[in-house]
Write a protein that binds this ligand. Sequence first.
Ligand SMILES: [Zn+2]
Length: 337
Amino acid sequence: MALTRFPGFIDIHVHLRDPGQTHKEDFRTGTRAALAGGFTFLCDMPNNTTPTFTPEALQEKLRLAKEKAVCDIGFHYGTDGTNLSTFTAAWSNPHVFGLKIYCNQTTGGYQIADPAVIDACIAAWDSHKPILVHAEGEMLALCIERAKKYGRRLHVCHVSRASEVAMIRKAKESGMSVSAGVTPHHLFLDTGVMKPGLSGIEDKKVLLDALIDGTIDLVESDHAPHTREEKDRSTPSYGVPGLETTVGLLLKAAKEHGWKTVRIVDWLYTQPKEFFQIPDQPDTFVELDPDAPYIVGANGYQTKSGWSPFDGWELYGQVRHVIYRGREVMKEGVLTI
Ligand SMILES: [Zn+2]
């Protein structure tokens, strides 16, 4: 076995459910899942039961994360269109890395459907920190247009359709500051309930090609832990856990498609670091063998939700060692923290 050293990976899109739904995940279990999956820096989304729409809610998350998190974690602020006066305080906070706007249906019910309100939010976020959007179809067209109008940096979360790739490509060609992410489940999974819905075979091929040609800049897990019971209901919760499988899925795809592993470093480190201005993490790296196969779930899961949609899959490169800020937090595949 030849271990290869990689930088600690960065995931700019996770839902750690703390506070509010800590029966699914909390800052401790979520960041342990991150380390197990090779990530040492996460950005947590704002759609908690008490959403991160106020400086107070942000402070509470910071307090809880300081107490429980075992890797670095930043936050995206959120909006329902009524908290614009708090934006300056939010973007001035060094722990905030962007503003998330939900333009389509998702967990939590924080969707803004009125184009005038979306316009006002994009206008009010007068910061170099990106605006992240969950925007499908014509809502994406609207967000691109308004971000361009106000000179904002836009990040398009979890691209899932060929038509959206085309819009992003066009926006980039126009010189706009726009980045895009894709999730492993939209690239590799065929069944399950997600928002956005899973991509068809044609969409999947376009997503892969867009990742390779750079139209899609990075991979985001959209780690969305729900209990197995919540997923098995007749109206299942949206999303799946992803922190522990993202790297292995990409290494498997790298083998199948002949990608160089340096591309994976681009998607999970270099590009997210640059777009979201993620600070350096001194003395931080992970080690794994990209050629070593392993079975997902064979040694259980670190996420409190305790399952994966990829359970039983053969992936590659299970993380063996993690050094986080000079401290060995995983040794021989076992977390020591
Ligand atoms: Zn999400």
